[in-house]
Design a protein around this ligand. Structure first.
Ligand code: CP
Ligand code: NVA
Length: 307
């Protein structure tokens, strides 16, 4: 059974092939019209956390290709609380053709996949956000093509979004630098995964403290919230630590002149990203959000064997 739990589970060629399919499906959507590739197929979307982009883009992706989607809210099925994850997974496998889950604990989506007889997609865990990473890569390739050796700089918390970005960069041959404050670095587990890939693809990985050093010669500057879902009780402490890591016009001016600025959204404007930059000429944040639709449609179509 093919699942989509982490970008590291796929080879560089497979990742590029998902992206090429996303480009084709995007062209169909805008130019030739969607094809009914998944007629009669239903995606179950299990959410333990809130969502705008993930929920709507997965739902619309299924509708475009003739399928349907079912939304299960955090309180509805009580993943691991009302019922064991393995039982939920085996029951759902008899009702729907594919599942997507947004969870707190990464092991929960892994367990869902272990027991499922249909594909399972990770719609964000505390460890990673692979669908975001794929939409990000699509957005970067739309701007810069498939050239290797781009410099991608992540400024801020070493969180789930940073993990998937680092892995997709390592897979696709882009150098990845992150600047994070002490205590908020990427996990050693994520670093080890990226290091192994980078040894094969020859990319440079750098883990820094100084955001100015990180954005030097950057083609891409990426940031995300300082406080992720599930960390709300740490907000006050994080708001004190992270201000030097704000992506503002001054920081952007230190990068390459055609740098793009990315954020997975939701953004906390004038905290991690200023209005001036979010709405300025370097920002691609809305293309990035829109590319979730196309990247995920490719994942759905490929996992269901229809493209
Ligand atoms: N970027 C992202 O996953 O957004 P949502 O939390 O709104 O789904
Ligand atoms: N790092 C953020 C991403 C939201 C899409 C979080 O986990 O809340």
């Amino acid at each position: 059974m093919n699942h989509f739990l982490a970008i590291s589970d796929y080879s560089s060629e497979e990742i590029q092939s998902f992206l090429d399919l996303a480009v084709d499906l995007k062209k169909e959507y805008f130019e030739r019209g969607n094809q009914p590739l998944l007629t009669g197929k239903v995606l179950a979307m299990i959410f333990q956390k809130p969502s705008l982009r993930t929920r709507v883009s997965f739902d619309m992706a299924m509708r475009h290709v003739g399928g349907d989607a079912l939304y299960l809210s955090p309180n509805e099925i009580g993943l691991g609380k009302r019922e064991a994850i393995g039982d939920i997974s085996r029951v759902m496998s008899g009702y729907v053709q594919i599942m997507m889950a947004r969870v707190f604990d990464h092991q929960h989506v892994v367990e869902l996949a272990q027991y499922a007889s249909v594909p399972v997609i990770n719609g964000l865990s505390e460890y990673n956000h692979p669908c975001q990473g794929m939409a990000d890569a699509l957005t970067i390739q739309e701007k810069f093509g498939k050239a290797k050796g781009l410099n991608v700089a992540f400024v801020g918390d070493g969180n789930n979004v940073a993990v998937s970005l680092m892995i997709v960069c390592a897979k696709l041959g882009w150098n990845f630098t992150i600047a994070s404050p002490e205590g908020y670095e990427l996990s050693p587990e994520a670093f080890a995964a990226a290091r192994d890939i980078s040894e094969e693809t020859g990319v440079r990985l750098a883990f820094l403290r100084d955001p100015h050093e990180a954005v030097h010669a950057a083609d891409v500057i990426y940031t995300d919230t300082w406080t992720s879902m599930g960390q709300e009780e740490e907000t006050a402490r994080r708001e004190k630590v992270f201000p030097p890591y704000q992506v503002n016009a001054g920081l952007v001016s230190e990068a390459n002149k055609d740098v793009i600025v990315m954020h997975c959204l939701p953004a906390h404007r004038n905290h991690e990203l200023t209005d001036e930059v979010a709405d300025g000429p370097h920002s691609v944040i809305f293309s990035q959000a829109h590319n979730r639709l196309h990247a995920q449609k490719a994942i759905l179509v490929r996992l269901l064997g229809a493209g």
